[in-house]
Every structure is written in C-alpha cells, then in structure tokens.
Design a protein around this ligand. Sequence first.
Ligand code: AMP
Length: 114
Amino acid sequence: MAYDQLNVFAKILRGDIPSQKIYEDEYAFAFYDLHPKAKIHALVIPKGVFENGYVFHQCASDQEIIGFYKAVNKVVDLLKLAENGFKLVSNTGVDGGQEVPHYHIHILGGQRVA
Ligand code: AMP
C-alpha cells in the first residue's frame, strides 16, 4: 500500500490544517486528538512517511525509531501522566481499526482508561 500524502496527519505535519500541538522535535509531532476518548487523549506521529506501525518498525532507521519513542515519553512527561499511568494504543490496518493511514500512537490518560 503506497503512502497517501493526502491523509489528515500528513496535512497536519505539512501545516495544511491546524492541530492542537503538544510537542515537536526532529522525529515526532504530538497533538491532541480531535475526538478525545479519555480526559487526556494525545496522538504522537513520526515525521517520516510510514502508513502504520508495522511499516514503521520495518522501514524506519534505528535513529527514527529511537527518536520517535523517546518523543512519546516526552509527551507523557509534558502531560504529567507517568505517576498515575496511561494507555498506549496503536491501531494497524483494516482489522486493527486504523482510520488514518499515517503511523500514530494514542496516549490515553487522566482517568482510569478501559
Ligand atoms: P485511528 O483509528 O487509530 O487511525 O485513530 C485516528 C484518530 O485520529 C482518531 O482518534 C480521530 O479522532 C483522530 N483524528 C482524526 N482527524 C483528526 C484531526 N484533524 N486532528 C486530531 N485528531 C484527529
């Protein structure tokens, strides 16, 4: 499956549509989910073009992978979620219920998440 340059997260990365930014560095961009499923619901996406987590782990460089997951922790710290805990979710493909075809991790917290 070719990467769709018109997907909504590609547009956010390019600045074509707005987002509520939480954090950005060389490897990752984090913003609040438009339809939060918990009191705190953030999304972290890599800057590279990877349609899902499988492709990211297969094709991204070690530096991109390390940088991305370090950024996830930075977002957790910025949102002060480490002490009480949080849930990370990553949907992959059709059976995984992935809606946006740019790899992303959901960070859910601020309450007991089912
Ligand atoms: P997934 O089902 O894992 O692909 O999740 C996609 C997520 O992106 C959903 O939780 C949506 O609410 C969220 N979403 C879709 N469009 C936007 C947007 N423009 N800004 C922020 N979050 C969005």
